[in-house]
Design a protein around this ligand. Structure first.
Ligand SMILES: Cc1cc2nc3c(=O)[nH]c(=O)nc-3n(C[C@H](O)[C@H](O)[C@H](O)COP(=O)(O)OP(=O)(O)OC[C@H]3O[C@@H](n4cnc5c(N)ncnc54)[C@H](O)[C@@H]3O)c2cc1C
Length: 377
């Protein structure tokens, strides 16, 4: 009998496992894949995500220190560089493998190459069926990403207006050429997908190139992606990968009496940028801390306590990122012109990933200035 089983060893699962191990729990972490494994991702890790880790990342994992942004809308472009870091870029197979090792070093049991097929909870335990085996545990965290069915035992399946579809590929390139084209800036293309964007992110020896938007508006994501690649001069034949990404903040149920959802399984993703690694790490840690508290105090309301923790730590970020996304995608032309003509607006914007500001402070700052801005453009 384990204290805690965790299904999925992405950033949410490995962070939960490390936190639970630190709290002295007997933990089993299960993933369907053997590590290192590929994960479709732009590989941008924000300052917020870095701040949630209780260790520093080795330099060889951080490929580029990003200090700038290039924003494109149609044939117009804005370039801006800051004297501080906005994010780093990294390769998910390497990063996720490192996070898994950081959980293992605490003494967590790990079973990879084993898919969790189902679970059954009763008043005393959870039985988890994975591969050919059945494991027993007091509690379960489902941290199996956005595409598993396990989470639907706790919450409803998302409708097409509650998740996005992304297509992504890695385009090999020499670092000299990447430096000449982008340097240490992330490139965003707005206006190419509703409630989404296209991106070109510089890495070590490749670009991450992708496009994502609301599922109900992406009629042919593959065709949109091929068009995006060609338009940006990437003429080769690339392996395209599709993946889902949830939208919408802390609005879904995230727990049943003995099961907590974390990361993408809970829907914890920034609706404006699609950033999810930070919230996966933090919600995984929160889920483990809540289980630790419950083991100490059986009267604790597990679901309520977990939900409150997540709301306090990043509820506003998810809520206001959705408001920002709605403003931007309702008036894209106005939004872009404001970014292009008002340096102070763009500066405030870049403070969000750098953790020098929040969406909430940005919106509060913007609202009284909007009428003046609109008159001046
Ligand atoms: C194309 C794309 C680009 C993105 N770019 C960025 C970015 O640049 N920056 C950023 O912060 N976020 C980005 N995101 C979001 C980010 O990838 C996710 O929010 C993040 O990976 C969520 O972490 P997680 O641990 O919840 O899930 P995941 O990282 O998806 O990990 C889930 C794990 O569960 C395992 N699993 C699944 N089902 C089972 C099962 N039944 N049994 C056992 N194991 C299972 C999987 O193998 C996987 O290892 C992007 C997403 C997409 C789709």
């Amino acid at each position: 009998m384990y204290d805690l089983i965790i299904a999925g060893a992405g950033p949410a699962g490995s962070s939960a496992a490390r936190e639970a191990g630190k709290a002295g729990m007997n933990v089993l972490l299960i993933d369907k894949d053997r590590f290192p494994r590929y994960k479709p991702c732009g590989g941008g890790l924000s300052e917020r995500a870095l701040s949630y880790l209780d260790f520093s990342l080795p330099e060889n994992i951080c490929e580029r220190s990003i200090t700038g942004a290039r924003i494109r809308f149609g044939d117009r472009v804005i370039d801006r560089h800051k004297d501080y870091r906005l994010t780093v870029t990294l390769t998910r197979s390497i990063f996720d493998d490192f996070l898994l090792k950081k959980a293992q070093e605490i003494g967590v049991h790990v079973a990879t190459g084993k898919k969790v097929l189902d679970f059954r909870e009763d008043s005393e335990k959870v039985e988890v069926r994975a591969g050919d085996e059945t494991y027993r545990s007091k509690y379960l965290i489902v941290a199996a990403g956005s595409q598993n069915r396990l989470k639907e035992r706790v919450r409803d399946r998302d409708g097409k207006d509650r998740y996005g579809i992304c297509m992504v590929t890695e385009v090999p390139e020499k670092n000299d050429a990447i430096d000449a084209r982008l340097g240490n800036a992330l490139e965003f293309h707005f206006g190419v997908a509703r409630m989404g964007y296209g991106w070109i992110f510089p890495h070590d020896g490749y670009y991450s190139v992708g496009i994502g938007g609301m599922a109900k508006d992406m009629s042919n994501p593959r065709r949109s992606m091929i068009g995006f690649l060609r338009k940006n001069g990437f003429a080769g034949s690339y392996k395209l990968r599709g993946h889902l990404i949830p939208f919408g903040g802390i609005t879904r149920p995230v727990a049943s009496p003995r099961v907590l959802l974390s990361g993408d399984s809970a829907g914890f993703v920034d609706s404006f940028t699609g950033e999810g690694i930070a919230y996966a790490i933090k919600s995984g840690q929160n889920a483990a801390q809540t289980v630790a508290d419950k083991l100490e105090d059986d009267d604790l309301d597990l679901a309520e306590s977990y939900q409150q923790r997540c709301k306090k730590d990043f509820g506003d970020d998810l809520k206001y990122s959705l408001i920002m996304a709605k403003i931007m995608h309702s008036w894209p032309e106005m939004f872009f012109r404001m970014l292009a003509t008002r340096d102070d607006f763009l500066d405030k914007f870049l403070e969000v990933p750098a953790m020098k500001g929040t969406y909430k402070s940005l919106i509060r700052w913007l609202m009284p200035r909007m009428p003046g801005y609109l008159l001046s453009i």
